[in-house]
Write a protein that binds this ligand. Structure first.
Ligand code: SF4
Length: 265
């Protein structure tokens, strides 16, 4: 990765997924870095994978129902990775004070509702994230509380450019009216061939792999308080981190089903 005078180098790579080539190009810093520096390129890759998924579904006769101004799914529990938690928290810290106060008040209210319901403690105690039935049931109880995402305003996402990977990957082709009633099981989704959110969930902010833990977007501030930024110790270079991520990507891409239809991710 040749560096320019500002200490950044350009990386270029192409990924083959379901007979499509996705070409990526990004500027990455030299030296040991935190994995948060990879987030913009992963967000861009996620957008490309979602576009590919929508195109494949369209050829199969399915049209995406998701539209700007529809925030029905933004009352769901949104799991995020440690890397995303760190990046969103940093973004929040950089907002003007008044805006921060509004958003932090919403986070506090959301957590208060989760505490009242007992779900906050369940989330802290949950260890087995692979139990899909239990996770689904917890998700339904969370949704029933009607807690809007702190970033949702007038049914629009106010952090669209940096919204979590999980939000990007949630793609629905059934009528939007069903999204307000997830318990009825009438929601039909399409799934990107590789879920970047799942790969990233296993990375901690030191770039080491570890068992995924459940971090909810609404409980972001609690996770940050327990994992202060000072604990981060950049230990690998951006090409090393990128290569590690792309190895995991290639493994998942090799097993990807060709038909994206099913439950939303
Ligand atoms: S981050 Fe944006 S897209 Fe994701 S749940 Fe919140 S408002 Fe919705």
């Amino acid at each position: 990765m040749p560096a320019n005078s500002s200490g950044y180098g350009t990386v270029q790579f192409a990924l083959k997924v379901q007979n499509a080539n996705i070409e990526m190009r990004a500027q990455l810093p030299q030296g040991a870095v935190s994995p948060t520096v990879l987030l913009p390129i992963l967000q861009s890759l996620s957008n490309s994978l979602c576009e590919l998924t929508v195109q494949t579904a369209s050829r199969l006769g399915e049209q995406l129902s998701c539209r700007e101004g529809c925030g029905a799914c933004c009352r769901q529990a949104v799991p995020i990775s440690p890397v995303e938690a760190r990046a969103i928290a940093e973004w929040l810290d950089q907002q003007p004070e008044e805006r921060q106060a509004v958003l932090r008040r919403r986070f506090r209210r959301a957590v208060a509702r989760l505490e009242e319901s007992g779900i906050a403690q369940e989330i802290r105690d949950r260890k087995d994230l692979a139990d899909r039935a239990a996770m689904h049931e917890l998700g339904l109880r969370y949704f029933a509380l009607g807690i809007a995402c702190p970033f949702l305003e007038e049914e629009r996402c106010t952090i669209h450019e940096m919204r979590p990977l999980r939000c990007r990957e949630y793609l629905v082709v059934s009528p939007a009216k069903h999204c307000a009633h997830p318990a009825t099981k009438e929601i039909v989704g399409i799934k990107p061939p590789v879920l970047l959110s799942q790969i990233l969930a296993g990375w901690d902010t030191n770039g080491e792999t570890r068992p995924p833990e459940l971090i909810l977007l609404t409980m972001l501030e609690e996770w940050i308080a327990k994992h202060p930024a000072e604990q981060d110790r950049p230990c690998r270079t951006s090409p090393e981190l990128l290569q590690e991520f792309l190895r995991a990507f290639a493994k998942d891409a090799a097993d990807a089903p060709s038909d994206p239809r099913g439950a939303p991710s």
